[in-house]
Design a protein. Structure first.
Ligand code: ADP
Length: 231
């Protein structure tokens, strides 16, 4: 890996564990994560001007418009890359237009030497549907820890619907309903191939992790595929 910033593009269906892996990398390595989904939900919570448009898209399981997303990401990325941070993009790019926008953004001379790793989370749809139907999230916007209500899950909170980390109530995401999950998955599959082909044609290796495994194994697998030794 280069001494400059590296960008890890996490590609996988909703519920494949991109956010959970990101949180481990933040904790273990001090990397930075941008979850475009979290950023969108922040706009809704803060009732910003674009919040309404975002809310409508999210509730119906559709994508938010590329122009809004690309603008938000580019603003965030500039600071991170200039500070030399390693960054995880969780949920971006999500389609070909966004992949092209990221590519165009990184063509700027000041970003030369920035490494881009494409890591796909491989997991069947029925596994993620099951996970998402049982997912709950800390309502504290600064925490957002993710849990599962599934009886046999290692991610169950110690107290029913209370966050282990900050004791705030847990809540179910408004888009974690069966219908919306189906829609999000179908949109994911609609765009996945075009986006991955774009990177493959550019010469990026498409790295894969088996996302059906427990998080610690996914983390080990991730470190291996990106060639991570010491941090
Ligand atoms: P998930 O991956 O579980 O669907 P996210 O939290 O990543 O959840 O995203 C939730 C929603 O936010 C998406 O369904 C979409 O409406 C919006 N969103 C997030 N990232 C993007 C993006 N890159 N482009 C367009 N819309 C996005």
């Amino acid at each position: 890996m280069s001494a400059k910033s590296n960008i890890f593009v996490l590609v996988g269906p909703p519920g494949s564990g991109k956010g959970s892996l990101s949180h481990l990398c933040i904790k273990e390595f001090g990397w930075k994560q941008l979850s475009t989904g979290d950023l969108c939900r922040k706009h809704i919570a803060e009732q910003t001007e674009i919040g309404k448009e975002i809310d409508f898209a999210i509730k119906s399981g559709k994508l938010v418009s590329d122009s809004i997303i690309v603008d938000m990401v580019n603003k965030w990325l500039i600071d991170q890359i200039e500070s030399g941070a390693h960054v995880l993009l969780d949920g971006y790019p999500r389609n070909l237009a966004q992949a092209e926008a990221l590519d165009a953004f990184l063509k700027d001379e000041k970003f030369s030497g920035v490494g881009v790793y494409i890591v796909t989370f491989v997991v069947p749809d029925d596994v993620v549907i099951n996970r998402l139907c049982k997912r709950c999230i800390c309502s504290n916007k600064d925490c957002q820890a993710v849990y599962s209500t599934a009886k046999d899950s290692p991610c169950r909170p110690k107290k029913d619907m209370i966050c282990d980390a900050c004791a705030s109530p847990l809540q179910v995401r408004s888009d974690d309903t069966f219908e919306t999950i189906k829609e999000r998955l179908s949109i994911y599959h609609e765009y996945e191939d075009a986006m991955l082909s774009f990177y493959a044609e550019k010469g990026n290796e498409i790295l894969k992790v088996d996302a059906t495994k427990p998080l610690v194994e996914v983390f080990e697998n991730f470190k291996k595929v990106v060639g991570l030794k010491d941090q």
